[in-house]
Design a protein around this ligand. Structure first.
Ligand code: ATP
Length: 296
């Protein structure tokens, strides 16, 4: 007989902002933005571990970046589980949760939101299979601004304050992700953006709804920016050095910062190019987190 039980482990995929346009803060100090987001085939692993005695779930964490992750109520996984229990009235008592933290923390890759999205997918599958996508998304939204998009991990155009989401069909793009080991606090980078005072405009429409291949995507991206790059470089000049270095590499078609950083990415024509660039960078910076991946 075929085993059709739902999976117990999910990849919480890294989010990459291919561009991020940020306008001046409004009266409530929120920044209107527009961002094209894709997801890498690398990420954290979130697992449900069955247990025999019914009791409240514990969270354990290991992996290369486990040290930077809280395992108390501030962890976005714990927040998501509590919210799920509250909304459904179901007790999550048949499993503990285990996080393998492969992504650098506070790195612009949205790891915490991806973890929350992954655990919600697992909880729905095991505890509330009839829950609608809308209801699950409403829970994900309460875990943070990127909660909903990281729940689905699909190419998305985010607008408004990041809450207006349009899923897009885009070609898969080979890329290299590199994190220079600096934790970048998102509020600090936005604070620096405000202090620099060079506020950008957000165009109403973008050409990203009808992209057919990588050349087309790169052409459209050449008209875009990450408006948090300047403030992040101001706070951490090493990011600027890394971006110049990446731009000079023969395999790089475009190099940019993801989100508020400090992870930078290079887009490449082929996965082979991405792997050879990643191998060279890893050899030169052995302590640095470098991954070749595909964004989709
Ligand atoms: P974003 O791009 O959405 O700003 P990020 O990659 O910069 O995300 P995260 O790695 O998600 O940032 O972590 C931001 C903060 O959230 C960390 O400082 C950490 O203390 C807290 N946090 C809570 N839960 C998690 C989690 N599961 N994984 C990582 N960090 C978490």
């Amino acid at each position: 007989m075929t085993d059709i039980s739902p999976p117990l482990t999910i990849l919480a995929r890294a989010k990459v902002n291919l561009y991020l346009h940020v306008a001046a803060p409004d009266a409530k100090n929120y920044h209107p933005l527009q961002s094209l987001v894709m997801f890498a085939d690398v990420g954290d692993e979130v697992a449900l571990r069955p247990k025999s005695v019914p009791q409240a779930p514990g969270l354990t964490c290991d992996g290369p970046f486990a040290d930077g992750v809280p395992t108390d109520g501030t962890n976005l996984i714990v927040k998501a589980v509590r919210r799920f229990e509250m909304v459904t009235g179901v007790n999550i008592d048949r499993h503990d949760i285990h996080l393998t933290k492969n992504l650098p923390v506070a790195s612009g890759l949205g790891g915490g939101s991806a973890d929350a999205g992954a655990v919600l997918q697992l909880l729905r599958a095991h505890y509330a299979p009839d829950m609608t996508d809308e209801a699950l998304e409403a829970i994900a939204t309460t875990t943070g601004a990127d909660g909903a998009m990281c729940l689905w991990s699909q190419s998305t155009l985010a607008e408004g304050y990041g809450e207006r989401l349009t899923k897009l069909a885009l070609p898969a793009v080979p890329a290299v992700l590199i994190n220079p080991g600096i934790a970048c606090s998102t509020p600090e980078v936005y604070g620096q953006y405000d202090r620099l005072g060079q506020f950008a405009q957000i165009e109403a429409s973008t050409p990203f709804r009808s992209i057919i291949n990588i050349d087309h995507l790169l052409h459209a991206l050449s008209e875009t920016r990450n408006d948090l790059e300047a403030p992040a470089v101001h706070l951490h000049p090493q990011i600027g050095d890394l971006l110049s270095r990446l731009s000079d590499e023969p395999e790089t078609r475009m190099a940019r910062l993801s989100g508020s950083g400090a992870t930078c990415f290079a887009l490449c024509d082929t996965l082979k190019d991405a792997h050879s660039l990643a191998a060279r960078l890893s050899a030169q910076y052995p302590q640095t987190w470098v991954r070749a991946c595909t964004l989709s």
